[in-house]
Design a protein around this ligand. Structure first.
Ligand SMILES: Cc1cc2nc3c(=O)[nH]c(=O)nc-3n(C[C@H](O)[C@H](O)[C@H](O)COP(=O)(O)OP(=O)(O)OC[C@H]3O[C@@H](n4cnc5c(N)ncnc54)[C@H](O)[C@@H]3O)c2cc1C
Length: 556
């Protein structure tokens, strides 16, 4: 190899979920490692996110006496993801590699000083499926004081939760009026705010705690982390990837990679041209990813022969967009409204067509399927006044007065009767009345005979834990009645380059491109087109980053 401005053993393009995990593996084998991040800030969408990793059979479950096993995880992914020929990212071999290496990856990171715990209750999204877990398989990083990063603290990307609260506590806060654990969570947060003021600590949570802790470990281990360093090209010699072209001081800078290059540069949620090609009809406006998620590294890998798959799929995020929300970096979710008791969702003809609980990815897929039969984008969240009083709507506090612009723009509709609401929505009043009456009948029987909402634990988890007998089923009966539009948004794309169980990037003929690895949303997801539980994007990104570096070190 020649003509490089500098050379490392292992080079990572993008500072996503698996990037620093991979770099730490390389460092632990005595190899040099460089992470190149295009934007000003490190950590990617992972840093902004919940930071939850879905790791079946993780050590925190065993410690808490929560049953799980490799066999249960296998059964579950077999049932929920399955062997689809059109989802090669989710091959049986990759699913197995993910399941077997998740706990090993965690052990490795804990050995590097990382601190994790589990959320005590976050059911798998198909908990009723064979091998499903009701307590859930989530792992999160403990709160982190960003000051521990010293002069690199300013490079850590902010999280969507700008509060010093653990995710476990944050999940309690919406129930603060009714729940003692929630009140305690609020007190803990208040105490931490005071402590931060007194001591100067700067707690970050969720994805920023995860990536902050990863940055700290990476810096301590001697990983070279560089921001404002876009990877522009892969350098290929004799069919093998041997380095990258990045930028230094605005000029091209060639970096050699003796053992290989890992691409962890996100998906293409902000690339409208790629959306138009692979997900026609979808828009960059309805995503909450960070600004670097523009897909060019997927295109660069394709240029060198990488196969792609699952490009039509995304991690769903049901949204409601009040006026101005198209400019919000975090688009407002709405499943907490439609899965609350006393709420449903209907298409534009007033017909209910799905379980309003369940996986957010499936929720959005169902909206799009329905839209082929009847106008369903947007659909309407229909709810009674109890939801208005008790649930956050588009980022506003429960029960708060809603902005006048909401009604003036036709975003929020309100009427004293269901028929009046239907008229306001230009829906046939008898149809909407019939839909609501039918749902109310199911509530009386505690059995949603049409769509089985509330039969699985995850549906209930999305509802109100204090609502009896079913946390997600309640009559729509107390006026005034309200409606807001619902659209299928996203928090990531699921398609990317096809990789094998070692995270090696494959050509269409199934042969690996020597020296090239991919993980995270740059790769076609090991979950196929599904979201089986919370953390199924970040967990695999870490695991396949871990495996990529192991393979590169072993092969080198
Ligand atoms: C609010 C929110 C909450 C979420 N919560 C969760 C959750 O709890 N658990 C979960 O599993 N998923 C969650 N998701 C989805 C999840 O965050 C993403 O799917 C995941 O973080 C993607 O990680 P990644 O490893 O692909 O890389 P990313 O974290 O997307 O990082 C990729 C990085 O590569 C950089 N990059 C891009 N191109 C280049 C280039 N050419 N050169 C150098 N760098 C480049 C980007 O700027 C970016 O920093 C959430 C998403 C959002 C928006």
């Amino acid at each position: 190899m020649s003509g490089f401005d500098e050379t490392f053993d292992f080079v990572v393009a993008g500072s996503g979920g698996g990037s620093m995990c991979a770099a730490l593996v390389a460092r632990s084998a005595g190899k040099t490692a460089l992470v190149l991040e295009k934007t000003e800030l490190l950590g990617g969408t992972t840093c902004k996110s919940g930071g939850v990793m879905w790791i079946p059979n993780n050590p925190f479950m065993a410690k808490a006496g929560v049953p799980d096993s490799l066999e249960a995880g296998t059964k579950y992914l077999d049932a929920v993801v399955g062997d689809h020929n059109d989802a090669p990212g989710a091959s049986k071999a990759r699913r197995q590699a993910f399941l077997e290496n998740g706990p090993r990856m965690l052990d490795f990171l804990m050995g590097q000083g990382l601190k994790f715990s589990r959320i005590t209750s976050w059911p798998d999204y198909y908990d009723e499926a064979p091998g499903g877990s009701v307590p859930g398989r989530t792992v999160v990083a403990d709160l982190f004081d960003a000051n521990e990063l010293g002069d690199k603290a300013a490079l850590l990307r902010p999280n969507f939760l700008p509060m010093p609260v653990s995710l476990e506590d944050a999940l309690q806060l919406p129930h603060v009026k009714k729940s003692w654990p929630a009140k305690k969570a609020l007190v803990r947060m208040g105490f931490r705010i005071i402590l931060s003021k007194l001591t100067g600590k700067r707690y970050v949570t969720a994805g920023a705690a995860l990536q902050g802790r990863m940055m700290k470990a990476a810096i301590q281990a001697g990983v070279d982390l560089r921001n404002n360093s876009p990877v522009k090209e892969l350098i290929v010699e004799d069919g093998a990837v041997v380095g990258v072209v990045t930028e230094k001081d605005g000029k091209p800078w060639r970096v050699g990679a003796r053992l290989g290059v890992l691409v962890n540069a996100g998906g293409f949620a902000l690339n409208q041209a790629m959306r138009d090609t692979y997900m026609p009809g979808s828009s960059i406006i309805n995503t909450s990813v960070t600004e670097g998620d523009t897909g060019e590294m997927i295109q660069e890998m394709m240029r060198h022969g990488a196969a792609i798959a699952q490009m039509d799929s995304f991690v769903g995020s049901p949204l409601t967009m009040p006026p101005g929300a198209e400019h919000w970096p975090m688009k407002p979710g709405v499943q907490g409204v439609t899965a609350a008791p006393h709420a449903i969702m209907v298409d534009q003809t007033g017909v209910r067509y799905m379980n309003e609980g369940g996986s957010y990815t499936e929720y959005c897929q169902r909206m799009m399927e329905r839209n082929k039969e009847a106008p369903a984008i947007p659909s309407w969240a229909i709810f009674d006044n109890r939801v208005m009083k008790n649930v956050m709507i588009a980022g506003t506090m429960p029960g708060s007065k809603k902005p006048d612009a909401w009604t003036e723009s036709g975003y929020l509709h309100t009427a004293d009767t269901i028929e009046g609401l239907a008229a306001s929505l230009k829906i046939d009043p008898a149809t909407l009345r019939g839909t609501v009456d039918r749902f109310n009948g199911f509530v009386g029987q505690n059995n949603d005979a049409d769509f089985h909402r509330g039969a699985r634990e995850y549906d209930k988890w999305l509802g109100d834990p204090f609502h009896k007998p079913n946390q997600t089923l309640g009559e729509i009966a107390e006026g005034p009645f309200h409606a807001v539009p619902v659209i299928p948004g996203d928090v990531s794309t699921l398609g990317g380059v096809v990789c094998d169980e070692k995270a090696r990037v494959l050509r269409a003929d199934g042969k690996p491109i020597k020296g090239l690895y991919a993980t995270g949303t740059s790769a076609a997801s090991v979950m196929g087109r599904t979201s089986p539980g919370s953390g199924v994007n970040i967990g695999p990104s870490f695991v396949f980053g871990y495996l990529a570096a192991k393979d590169a070190v072993a092969a080198g």
